[in-house]
Write a protein that binds this ligand. Structure first.
Ligand SMILES: C[S@@+](CC[C@H](N)C(=O)[O-])C[C@H]1O[C@@H](n2cnc3c(N)ncnc32)[C@H](O)[C@@H]1O
Length: 196
């Protein structure tokens, strides 16, 4: 499979999936990628890469010469991300590492773009580490689903005096049922963008 378009939003069903490995859905992915302000030939670290959809799309957008470092503690997520990198032809620029993000982040090459797709209670520490590594001009984007993680992230950002913005995203997809079109909602997501 190749994705010949300049815009993101590869349909969910195009990705190789594994049971129990989460995935950021296409519409939410497109918004998160836009917030990252990716640049051609740039670098991104995808923390908690899951199915690898953010990593793959970022590698396609940033193009040849770019680097994406994808991290996940789940070996199955690492395997699936590698498979998706190969499927979409970005295996040359997408490096996948297995392990805990807080341990791995300082060992990876520094980047000025970080995406936090997972982290739960470690989210404040992940924000702090990513902000330090990114340095001035860096952008950190987090997808947050639970209210507990949201609270932890906002408390950290406020106390640290970090400039950030937040958007709550509700997506509902239409589907046909009994001759009508009804809307099926995806899980609402908070997209937090922090500026280093
Ligand atoms: C919601 S999923 C991310 C989905 C991904 N953005 C995608 O598009 O497929 C969150 C992932 O974060 C991983 N994760 C959570 N905490 C982690 C940590 N401390 N270190 C590494 N991976 C972590 C989980 O294993 C899970 O695969």
């Amino acid at each position: 499979m190749s994705w010949p378009y300049a815009t993101p939003g590869i349909p969910d069903e195009e990705f190789i999936r594994a049971e129990g490995v989460p995935m950021t859905k296409a519409e939410i992915r497109a918004l998160a990628l836009s917030k990252l302000r990716l640049i051609k030939g740039g670098t991104l670290v995808d923390v908690g890469c899951g199915t690898g959809t953010i990593s793959v799309e970022a590698a396609l957008i940033m193009g040849e010469g770019s680097k994406v470092y994808a991290i996940d503690k789940d070996p199955l997520a690492v395997e699936i991300t590698k498979k998706n990198a190969a499927k979409f032809g970005v295996g040359d620029r997408l490096i996948v590492a297995e392990g805990d993000a807080l341990e791995l982040l300082p060992k990876l090459p520094r980047s000025n773009r970080y995406f936090l797709g997972g982290g739960g209670r470690e989210l404040p520490m992940l924000f702090q580490t990513a902000l330090e590594l990114a340095g001035t001009g860096g952008v950190i984007v987090a997808d947050v689903i639970t209210l507990e993680s949201l609270r932890l992230a906002l408390d950290f950002l406020e106390n640290a005096g970090v400039k950030y913005e937040i958007a709550q995203v509700y997506i509902a997809r239409g589907r046909r049922l009994g001759g009508y079109t009804i809307l099926s909602p995806l899980n609402p997501v908070y997209i937090i963008t922090a500026y280093a």
